[in-house]
Design a protein around this ligand. Structure first.
Ligand SMILES: Nc1ncnc2c1ncn2[C@@H]1O[C@H](COP(=O)(O)OP(=O)(O)OP(=O)(O)O)[C@@H](O)[C@H]1O
Ligand SMILES: [Mg+2]
Length: 244
């Protein structure tokens, strides 16, 4: 369990895409206020499905998702955004024909009055987005797009964000930068759930993590403890894990 006051709780969540086929088979997860929680697990384990179910993009068939104690299961995504929840999808997370600045404006459609203040905050975090403000997002590198996608989610000044594989497809240097920024965003007071394929780096920076397997909780604990857990090392970190 978390030492933090829970902000988001998923209890026994069952969800899926096709009738009669459940992908999540009763997943429990708690995100504390101010916490960075990682989700790792093999391809197809249901990691993306879990964040989509939390964000109202996949139907929760049973179980419940609570935001500060309020049942938000199956609320539409825009209602969650209005309640301070942000989401950065795994793929296609920017509008490539729009400029960097237009993408950021899309992130703020519900509260245009806070534009100046939020733009300054996002530019401070990702100065590159100020330098490239008139460039079309389609011309950005993978790393730059990822910064833009995170910047867009942060425009609404969310209390928590869901990040689906922020480091996927990035060079090692850009991965380091993204992880550094994720930690920094969390330290600035935004609670974060981060799905990651880079299990080692994820466990190194997160407060706690959940390992999902076949739509179920397999392991959970403090990031640093899981990093040294022989079961997790064998399955997810490879033999190099032992050297850490
Ligand atoms: N839109 C969809 N329609 C039907 N089945 C889907 C859909 N999206 C995902 N699935 C199935 O749900 C299961 C879990 O997929 P999910 O994308 O949640 O896994 P993941 O843990 O995020 O994997 P990865 O590490 O590859 O991103 C897979 O069997 C996948 O084929
Ligand atoms: Mg995924």
């Amino acid at each position: 369990m978390t030492d933090f006051e829970p902000i988001l709780v998923s209890e026994e969540v069952v969800a899926g895409y096709l009738p009669g086929v459940d992908i999540l088979n009763g997943v429990d997860l708690t995100l504390g206020d101010g916490e960075l929680v990682g989700i790792i697990g093999p391809n197809g384990a249901g990691k993306s499905t879990l964040v989509k179910a939390i964000f109202g993009l996949v139907t929760v068939r049973s179980g419940v998702v609570l935001l500060r104690g309020e049942d938000i299961s199956n609320l539409a995504a825009h209602e969650l955004v209005a309640r301070g929840v942000g989401y950065v999808p795994q793929r296609e997370n920017v509008f490539s024909t729009l400029t960097v600045e237009e993408n950021l404006r899309m992130g703020l459609y519900l509260r245009p009055e806070i534009w100046d203040e939020r733009l300054a905050a996002v530019h401070e975090l990702f100065p590159l987005l100020a330098d490239r403000k008139h460039q079309r997002a389609g011309f950005l590198s993978g790393g730059e797009r990822q910064m833009l996608a995170m910047g867009r989610a942060l425009m609404m000044d969310p209390r928590m964000i869901l990040l689906d594989e922020p480091s996927a497809g990035l060079s090692p240097a850009n991965q380091d930068l993204v992880f550094e920024r994720v930690r920094q965003i969390c330290d600035s007071g935004v609670s974060i759930i981060m799905v990651e394929q880079n299990a080692r780096r994820c466990l190194q920076i997160c407060d706690r993590a959940y390992v999902l397997e076949q739509g179920k909780n397999a392991h959970t604990g403090a990031g640093r403890d899981l990093l040294h857990d022989p079961k997790v090392i064998d399955l997810y970190l490879g033999t190099l894990g032992r050297a850490d």
